[in-house]
Design a protein around this ligand. Structure first.
Ligand SMILES: Nc1ncnc2c1ncn2[C@@H]1O[C@H](COP(=O)(O)OP(=O)(O)OP(=O)(O)O)[C@@H](O)[C@H]1O
Ligand SMILES: [Mg+2]
Length: 252
């Protein structure tokens, strides 16, 4: 179970021209929970706060206030345990060109404390599922963005995580591979894992997410099954919910 309770995150950035500091309230009091066997869709326009939220859940960044627990581990005080039970696919892929997929998966397996033989077997199985077996021993510097994305997906799932956070998993993938990834997420659900997926692909959300939260200006809207959200807003698609939220400045 993933519990996110009233989290806030503010960044301070420096404007190069004016040399003044300004604060960005990226996340302004977001709460939701995701049960095992559930796929939660996190939506929102560019810069809404989706990746920041996922990074905080993954224990990679601390919220200023609020609390996050992942399968009873506190993301702030037990971030190591949280990282062990979370498979996080981030948008900055962390794929190092000098390595081959096999080498990267071995290193990551060691880092996560997975038995090397198990890591090799799981890693190769993931590469096979993603149709990348022929590239297992090729240096990743020559990989296309989709091939890198595939390696990152294999890496995120290598340690058999109970919670899966996928930030824009289908970006850069062809339709066949995108379908493979969506099928993988459905398998994660069937295996009773708690899944959060952030995406801009609305039909995918409507089709596969059990619940959806839309982040607009750092706040969460919806937090309900897609059909309920549509009837709540009196529209036929999630795109239209977006347009309504944008027109109303996030207060719809
Ligand atoms: N490390 C950081 N330092 C400063 N500002 C940051 C940092 N990370 C995120 N932000 C800011 O916080 C806000 C939310 O960013 P975030 O990456 O969470 O958005 P997002 O919803 O994932 O957007 P996208 O759909 O474009 O990926 C943005 O205004 C962004 O500029
Ligand atoms: Mg993002």
């Amino acid at each position: 179970m993933i519990h996110v309770v009233d989290i806030h995150k503010t960044f301070v950035v420096k404007d190069k021209k004016t040399r003044k500091k300004k604060t960005i309230d990226a996340v302004k009091g977001i709460s939701f929970h995701v049960k095992p066997g559930e796929i939660y869709g996190l939506l929102g326009p560019n810069g809404a706060g989706k990746s920041t939220t996922l990074r905080m859940i993954a224990g990679l960044m601390e919220p200023q206030s609020g609390s996050i627990t992942v399968f009873d581990h506190d993301a702030m005080t037990a971030s190591e345990k949280v990282r062990r039970c979370i498979g996080f696919l981030s948008t900055d892929l962390g794929v190092y060109g000098r390595f081959t997929p096999r080498e990267l998966l071995r290193i990551f397996g060691e880092f996560q404390g997975v038995d090397p033989k198990v890591a090799e077997r799981r890693g190769m199985h993931m590469l096979e599922r993603l149709d990348l077996t022929d590239f297992a021993d090729v240096k990743m510097e020559s990989f296309s963005s989709g091939q890198k994305q595939k390696v990152s997906i294999a890496r995120a799932l290598l340690h058999d995580p109970k919670a899966v956070l996928f930030d824009e998993p289908t970006t850069g993938l062809d339709v066949l591979t995108a379908k493979t990834v969506l099928d993988l997420l459905k398998i994660m659900k069937e295996e009773e894992r708690a899944v959060i997926v952030s995406t801009h692909v609305m039909p995918m959300v409507e089709q596969m997410c059990d619940r959806v939260g839309i982040i607009f200006d750092g706040k969460l809207h919806g937090d309900a099954p897609p059909k309920e959200i549509l009837s709540q807003y009196g529209v036929g698609t999630l795109d239209e919910v977006f347009f309504k939220l944008a027109a109303d400045g996030g207060v719809a």
